[in-house]
Design a protein. Structure first.
Length: 209
């Protein structure tokens, strides 16, 4: 399992990141020293600190930016964009991830939860894959830890999608999704106070459909 996680990370994960993936992704409780020893025995190493341009804010592998702020889309299922938004209720926050087809501007997958985790974004992507059965589709996101997680990147790999990640932390690198969530906030979410997470989740599902 350790060697497989290292392979799936394109050889970039070191002992600390692999230890985290074992705990969070597979429920295997293991300390860093043991992971370090096992990797040394198998001749496995993480990516060196340089070049930094290939690494995310937490030292994880980050895909190239294949979109370069061009969200026109030349056909259905050629380019998908995804992002997370949040909104309060009296019970607490609701987090929603949506996957948008850049060509049709339609939501092709979404997921709602009380926490923003890799599971949230992976479930949204999974719905899009089931709905559209894509072929070599580019899936573009920001550099959030959910989108650079092993769980999300593994789902991309399994579906033969092409990952794309914005180069900077600015809204322009994922402008289409920023615009979509902006409209959702103004036209739906900010129009009333929501009592429960279920109430708000149902409203988001209807708005995203």
């Amino acid at each position: 399992m350790l060697a497989q996680i290292h392979t799936d990370s394109f050889g970039t994960y070191g002992y600390r990141r692999i230890g985290a993936e074992l705990r969070l992704g597979h429920g295997v409780i293991v300390n860093h020293k043991l992971v370090y020893s096992l990797m040394a025995e198998q001749g496995l190493e993480g990516l060196p600190k340089r070049p930094r341009r290939r690494r995310g804010p937490h030292g994880v592998f980050v895909a190239a930016d294949l979109v370069q702020r061009d969200f026109t889309g030349d056909g259905p299922n050629k380019l998908w964009v995804t992002d997370i938004t949040e909104h309060p209720t009296r019970e607490g926050k609701v987090f929603c991830c949506a996957v948008l087809d850049a060509f049709s501007r339609k939501v092709v997958g979404w997921s709602i939860d009380s926490t923003q985790t890799a599971v949230l974004v992976t479930n949204a992507l999974g719905m899009a894959i089931r709905n559209r059965e894509p072929d070599q589709t580019v899936i573009h996101s920001d550099r959030g830890t959910q989108f650079t997680s092993w769980t999300f990147t593994q789902r991309i790999k399994e579906a033969d999608l092409m990952p794309s990640v914005g180069r900077t932390g600015t809204a322009l690198d994922n402008a289409m999704m920023e615009s979509f969530w902006g409209r959702m906030q103004v036209e739906l979410l900010d129009r009333r106070r929501w009592k429960t997470r279920v109430e708000l989740a149902n409203a988001i599902f209807v708005g995203a459909a």
